[in-house]
Design a protein around this ligand. Structure first.
Ligand code: 13P
Ligand code: SF4
Length: 358
């Protein structure tokens, strides 16, 4: 449905009043009505880099989810205020790894005698606590657009013959990168289940593994199945299947192309007229791309038959954005995301290792 014209006008007026004082970032999964007011859009990696691009801006309004706003707070100046328009915009995947669980996991690795060989690599989709754990234990953050480079870096930190990675919290991104991009086997990967004693693993399994994958996943991307790929291929002959690496391994194996949201956009920009695409990622982005390329004769469909928004990304809507901008324009900071300095220092170390990857 088209946006309420009154709200659009209010957002415009508040943003104009704030001028250079505000910098609005929008993740690709945000609603159209929000993206319209973003100064920059991007995937998680691009937004982490762009957050620091306007050191003069007093307010960074992050239209995305909580872990992204935390990362922006860590990477921006102390005098800059990062604001998340709805505090309930979390990420169920990030919530699957808590600081206590990860500390317990490290004890398990220590008891198995392998902690010294292990370098943690944490997906951007994790809390600041997990990023701090990662930085403190010599590891790096990665996103879906640099996971392979991050893993290469991590394995090179120790003896390449014996080094191991603890990958948090998305088992699928970890497995897909190791097996599809780096030529490891499925047997090189074990899954650590934080709800079982010792992660559900024996010391021998831990000693033999190269990748210790945390048992986390994205519920949005988890809905795509091998059947959805087979269905769309039967329905649309010649279709190119392009999916996000948060999808299950069997889906990624059956797809033609795999990449981050930014990769997906670039692939469709470069696609020839007349080509057909089925996209396995969040629906706001797929719909926006289908509309954008409709007049260029590129057929773009959603990979699954059922609707698949990220409900927490969708919490940021025009009414929340208007309330945020109007509050800031009136001199009142709302929904500030502030990571405590102790956590931020180690988390920043891990984020900076990612930003320095070749
Ligand atoms: P990217 O934007 O890095 O591809 O990540 C997708 C995602 O799930 C963010 O939550
Ligand atoms: Fe988290 Fe998945 Fe939503 Fe991304 S799409 S924010 S990983 S729940």
């Amino acid at each position: 449905a088209p946006s309420d014209p009154d709200l659009v006008e209010r957002a415009r007026a508040a943003k104009a009043k704030l001028g250079d004082k505000v910098f609005v970032l929008g993740h690709h999964y945000q609603r159209d009505e929000v993206i319209e007011f973003a100064d920059v859009t991007g995937d998680s990696f691009k937004l982490a880099r762009d957050a620091a691009a306007r050191p003069d801006a007093e307010y960074i309004v992050f239209c995305g989810v909580h872990f992204m706003a935390e990362s922006a707070d860590i990477l921006t100046g102390d005098d800059q205020q990062v604001v998340l328009p709805d505090l309930a915009a979390g990420c169920s995947m990030a919530d699957m790894a808590t600081a206590e669980q990860v500390a317990e996991c490290w004890d398990v690795l220590t008891e198995a005698g392998i902690a010294e060989q292990v370098v943690p690599v944490s997906y951007m989709n994790s809390s600041a606590d997990i990023k701090a754990f990662t930085g403190e234990h010599g590891g790096t953050i990665c996103t879906s657009s640099n996971a392979e480079r991050a893993l290469d870096w991590a394995f090179a930190q120790g003896d390449p013959a014996t080094s191991k990675v603890l990958f948090l919290p998305d088992q699928h991104l970890g497995r897909n990168t190791a097996v599809r991009d780096m030529g490891m086997s499925l047997e090189d990967c074990v899954v650590y289940n934080p709800h079982k004693p010792n992660g559900g693993l024996t010391a021998e399994q831990l000693q033999n593994a190269r990748m210790i994958l945390w048992r986390g996943h994205c519920s949005v991307h988890g809905r795509f199945s091998l059947e959805s790929v087979e269905d769309v291929r039967a329905r649309i002959p010649g279709v190119n299947v392009l999916v996000h690496p948060e999808c299950k391994h069997e889906v990624v194996e059956a797809a033609d192309y795999v990449g981050s949201t930014e990769y997906i956009i670039k692939a469709l920009e470069a696609a020839p007229a007349g080509s057909k695409w089925a996209i396995g990622t969040e629906l706001n982005l797929v719909r926006r791309l289908a509309n954008r390329f409709a007049d260029q004769d590129k057929e773009i469909v959603f990979l699954d038959k059922t609707v698949c928004f990220c409900s927490t990304m969708n919490r940021i809507d025009l009414p929340h954005l208007v309330w945020t901008l109007e509050s800031l324009a009136a001199g009142k900071t709302v929904n500030r995301i502030e990571v405590d300095p102790g956590t931020a220092a180690f988390a920043k170390l891990a984020l900076e290792r990612m930003l320095a990857l070749p």
